[in-house]
Design a protein around this ligand. Structure first.
Ligand SMILES: [Zn+2]
Length: 303
C-alpha cells in the first residue's frame, strides 16, 4: 500500500472557547519556518484575527535569539494583542560562546551572522531590549541537555544564571526551557533564587516535579503534548498541578495538539489544549478558561 502523503496544511480553526484565554508562549516570527509542501504560512494579522475569533485574545510572543528578539519588539509595537518575551535560548548560548559541540538537530553547530556577538554582549543586548514597553518576561532560557556536550552545558548554566539575574533586576517573569534537565534546572533556581513569577514553558515533568513546582509556586505552562495519547505521565503532572499555577501555550509553530500533530501550529489551535486541561482537571470549560486567564494575568499583568 502506498504511504499516505504527509499533510502540511494549516489545521482548521476549532470551535471557539466560551471565555478568552492567553497563549503565553508562541513564536509568530517563525510560522514561515514550518511551511512545507508548497503550503504558505498565513500572515501574522490573519493568525491573530483567527485566534481572537476562537477566544485566544492575547499572546506572549517569544523571541529567543538576537534576530527574533529584535523582531519581537517590532511585533509587539504593531499588534495590541501581543506582549513580548526575550532571551538567548539555551541552544543559542553555546553558539555565541563558541562552545557548541553539536547543533540541536544533532549535526554540526550551525553558526549564523548573529553568533559573531559574544555571549556577554548578546545577553547585554537582551537586557536593553527587555526594557522596552510591552516586554513582560525574560524567556525562554534554561537548560537543554538534549545533545549538549560538557562545554556547552557549562555555557548554558552561565547563561541561565545571567537571565535569572536579569529577570529579577527588571522585575519581569521568567520563562524556562527545560529539556531533559529537570534536576539541574531546579538546582540552579534554588541556588540563585527564582524570580517571583517563574514559568516552566511547555512543562514536561512528571507528577513528582509538579509537586515541587506547587511547593515553590512555580507556574506550569501546558502545550500540545498534554493532548498526545501516550503522555499519561504528563497528564498525571497536570492532575497534580495546583489550579492556581496552570497556564496554556502553543509554542507555535511547533508541538501541534492532537488531532493535528505533525501539521503546523499557531495560537488559534490553543483551544484543543484548553479542552484537554478542562477534561483532565475535571472542570467545566468555562472554569478552565477562567483559572488559566486569572493565572496568566498574575504572571504577566494585562495588555
Ligand atoms: Zn518556545
Amino acid at each position: 500500500m502506498a504511504r499516505k502523503e504527509r499533510d502540511y496544511s494549516w489545521p482548521p480553526a476549532p470551535e471557539a472557547l466560551p471565555l478568552p484565554v492567553t497563549d503565553n508562549h508562541t513564536h509568530l516570527e517563525s510560522l514561515g519556518d514550518v511551511a512545507r509542501g508548497g503550503v504558505a504560512a498565513p500572515n501574522i494579522d490573519e493568525v491573530i484575527a483567527l485566534s481572537k475569533s476562537v477566544g485566544v485574545a492575547r499572546m506572549v510572543q517569544v523571541g529567543c535569539d538576537l534576530d527574533s528578539a529584535r523582531a519581537t519588539i517590532s511585533l509587539i509595537e504593531a499588534h495590541a494583542e501581543l506582549a513580548g518575551a526575550v532571551a538567548i535560548h539555551p541552544n543559542e548560548a553555546p553558539l555565541h560562546a563558541r562552545t557548541a559541540d553539536l547543533g540541536p538537530d544533532g549535526l554540526e553547530p550551525h553558526y549564523m551572522a548573529r553568533h559573531e556577538v559574544s555571549l556577554d554582549d548578546a545577553i547585554a543586548e537582551i537586557g536593553r531590549l527587555a526594557r522596552h514597553l510591552g516586554i513582560v518576561a525574560i524567556g525562554e532560557t534554561g537548560l537543554d541537555w538534549f545533545r549538549t556536550g560538557p562545554q556547552g552545558r557549562v555555557t548554558q548554566i552561565e547563561s541561565f544564571r545571567a537571565h535569572i539575574a536579569l529577570a529579577r533586576e527588571l522585575g519581569l517573569a521568567l520563562q524556562i526551557h527545560d529539556r531533559d534537565a529537570h534536576a539541574d534546572v531546579i538546582d540552579v533556581l534554588r541556588r540563585d533564587g527564582a524570580p517571583e513569577r517563574t514559568v516552566f514553558h511547555c512543562f514536561s515533568g512528571d507528577a513528582e516535579m509538579a509537586r515541587v513546582a506547587n511547593e515553590h509556586g512555580w507556574f506550569m505552562s501546558f502545550a500540545g503534548p498534554v493532548t498526545f495519547g501516550a503522555n499519561e505521565g504528563l497528564r498525571d503532572a497536570l492532575r497534580t498541578a495546583d489550579q492556581g499555577l496552570i497556564l496554556v501555550e502553543t509554542d507555535a509553530p511547533y508541538l501541534t495538539p492532537h488531532p493535528f500533530r505533525g501539521r503546523p501550529n499557531a495560537p488559534y489551535l490553543t483551544p484543543h489544549t484548553v479542552r484537554k486541561i478542562a477534561e483532565v482537571k475535571d472542570v467545566s470549560l468555562e472554569e478552565a478558561c477562567t483559572f488559566i486567564e486569572t493565572n496568566t494575568q498574575r504572571v504577566y499583568g494585562t495588555w
